[in-house]
Design a binder for this molecule. Structure first.
Ligand code: SF4
Length: 582
């Protein structure tokens, strides 16, 4: 039974009961795959004459022996039932992460019979299966339902659910899983709604057992290698344009379903063809578990009116900056306290690069290149000290923004600018035991997240992975690999050692902790001892690990090291987003 889990969960919605029964090995062999199992059980259990939206219909969710094994395109599950749309047995299927998680619970299939008197959802993990009330979810859309269920069960669970269309038994309602994946054929969502079943939540554990994991891995790799070789020559249409890539083919053959098949062609098909959607909206591909094709699309539809307004304002601001070069400042003129910011060409470079990419107007590109040369390697990175915010912002995003718009030779220059800064920090890191690349002037953590951002952007631009280990060391410093053994983020990790007594008005006035803020970070002892009016409110909890060179306190009275900052936190979000995708 390798590849299978050997169990089927029977859910009787009339009675509100769940029961685990073994999967008959002969059935699994004779009716291989999720579709086969579904057909077998529908044939056994459903009267072909029954009303598909009555309690007599049966809904089968089933995986196959390859689901969750990592086999390419094997990350799918089937939803089988008598279709309310066609009256025939239907097979709808979907991918994403839900099917793999489902199988990791230890079940190959779930069979729903009857109808619940009130809305329910099924919670299934590797230890228990139970029906829970779903009154509070009824009427919610699939995104809201998914978020609420993850919050009340397990953030790492996976959810398949219906929205209002399924509840109202719309004949083409889908079952959505992982928010964005659909079992969309033949109204399976309506059948789920007719059973008062709002959702299925699964949380599994462990791997799918295989008879010969090493051989499986080798064979899998062979397939993937062959695939990768092939797509180098001819990129796969599914990857490039998603499933909407078939619009042109079906239009040309006269089989593009239009007006519920009253027509086989659609006027205006060009606007919904995959190529056009890719050109206008695609931001990123996404893939189901283990799939090398990645036909999923992450898209963004812009509001042209709002975008036009923003562009107008951006042009005005850019022109103002160009008329008054050298006057970019992080705070307004006349403010009682001014930062020592001296850099400005980086801001102009970034603005010009974005305007070029938006408008395609060449003068912006010429400006951006000119400013990029001026900004070059200018940065806090080579220096052991700097005036407060002298080199703000602490990473030049302009070089990254411009990179894709220039020729290979200038690309090399932009990458070299970033590399020069990182190398200075690497050299400095060799002089301390924690291998931290920043100098401990004010806002050292802001410098640290900026250094990390520069390394992340550098790798993204060039594919050069040489700074990966260095990046991890900087990250770990922020999460507690430092002399004080503390995270530098308020409220993170939950229950761990993190800054509480922070120098911020919310905490001072209300005592409320605000989670997720990155604090200023340690400063040189020389700086700390020179600060006017700095008095700690409490005895120093870190006294035994303080050292004369670098100081940190979790004490509201220390306004130099533990104040949460906006810019440092923004940099940290970039860093977390980077690691969240790995
Ligand atoms: S990413 Fe696309 S091609 Fe790959 S399994 Fe998912 S739906 Fe199929």
């Amino acid at each position: 039974m390798n590849g299978w889990r050997g169990n089927i969960l029977w859910v009787n919605l009339n009675e509100g009961t769940v029961e685990s029964k073994p999967l008959d090995p002969q059935v699994a062999k004779d009716y291989i795959g999720g579709r086969g199992l579904g057909i077998y059980y529908l044939n056994e259990l459903v009267d072909p004459q029954c009303d598909p939206l009555s309690p007599d219909n049966v809904l089968v969710m089933a995986t196959g022996p390859l689901t969750g094994t990592g086999a390419p395109t094997g990350a799918r599950y089937m939803v089988m039932t008598k279709s309310p749309l066609s009256g025939a047995i239907t097979c709808s299927n979907s991918g994403g992460m839900f099917p793999t998680e489902f199988k990791r619970t230890g079940y190959d299939a779930i069979i729903f019979t009857g109808r619940s008197a009130t809305p329910v959802y099924l919670y299934l993990d590797h230890e228990k299966a139970e029906l829970r009330g779903a009154d509070h979810l009824w009427g919610k859309d699939t995104h809201q339902t998914t978020e609420l269920l993850l919050a009340e069960t397990d953030a790492k669970a996976r959810v398949a659910c219906i929205g209002p269309a399924g509840e109202k038994r719309v004949l083409f309602a889908a079952i959505m899983n992982d928010k964005h994946r659909a079992a969309g054929r033949s109204g399976v969502g309506a059948v789920m709604g007719s059973k008062n079943l709002k959702a299925v939540v699964v949380k599994g554990k462990g791997r799918i057992p295989l008879a010969d994991p090493d051989r499986f891995k080798t064979f899998n790799k062979q397939i993937l290698d062959t695939f990768q070789e092939g797509v180098k020559v001819t990129p796969l249409g599914l990857t490039v344009n998603g499933t909407a890539g078939v619009v042109m083919v079906t239009q040309n053959f006269g089989v593009l379903p239009t007006k519920n098949w009253q027509q086989g062609t659609f006027d205006g098909w060009e606007k919904i063809h995959g190529e056009e959607l890719t050109r206008r909206f695609l931001k990123k591909n996404s893939a189901c578990y283990g799939c090398p094709i990645g036909c999923g699309r992450k898209t963004r539809v812009d509001d042209p009116h709002f975008a036009g307004q923003c562009l107008k304002e951006a042009v005005t601001l850019y022109e103002l900056g160009k008329r008054k070069e050298g006057f970019q400042q992080g705070n307004s003129f006349g403010a009682p306290y001014r930062y020592g910011e001296e850099t400005w060409a980086d801001d102009m470079e970034w603005g010009a690069a974005e305007l070029y990419k938006t408008t395609g107007e060449k003068p912006y590109l010429e400006d951006a290149i000119r400013y990029a040369r001026m900004a070059g390697t200018v940065s806090w990175m080579p220096y052991d000290t700097a005036r407060h915010y002298q080199y703000y912002p602490f990473v030049n995003m302009g070089h990254y923004a411009l990179y894709d718009a220039v020729d290979e030779s200038f690309k090399d220059s932009l990458a070299a600018y970033y590399r020069a800064g990182i190398e200075s920090c690497l050299e400095r890191a060799g002089r301390n035991p924690y291998r931290i690349g920043v100098s401990f002037i004010w806002c050292s953590n802001n410098l640290l997240t900026s250094l990390m951002a520069q390394m992340i952007l550098y790798e993204e631009m060039t594919g050069d992975e040489r700074y990966r280990d260095f990046l991890l060391l900087q990250r770990d410093w922020l999460f507690g690999r430092n002399p004080w053994g503390t995270s530098m983020f308020t409220g993170i990790p939950e229950g761990g050692e993190y800054p509480v007594d922070v120098h911020t008005s919310v905490y001072a006035m209300t005592g409320r902790e605000v989670a997720g803020g990155l604090i200023d970070g340690p400063v040189y002892g020389t700086i700390y001892r020179s600060l006017a009016g700095l008095v700690l409110n409490d005895a120093d909890e870190f006294a035994s690990v303080q050292n004369p060179f670098v100081v940190y306190h979790d004490d509201m009275g220390d306004y130099s090291t533990n104040e949460p900052t906006m810019d440092g936190t923004a940099g940290a979000i970039l860093m977390m987003a980077h690691f969240a995708t790995r």
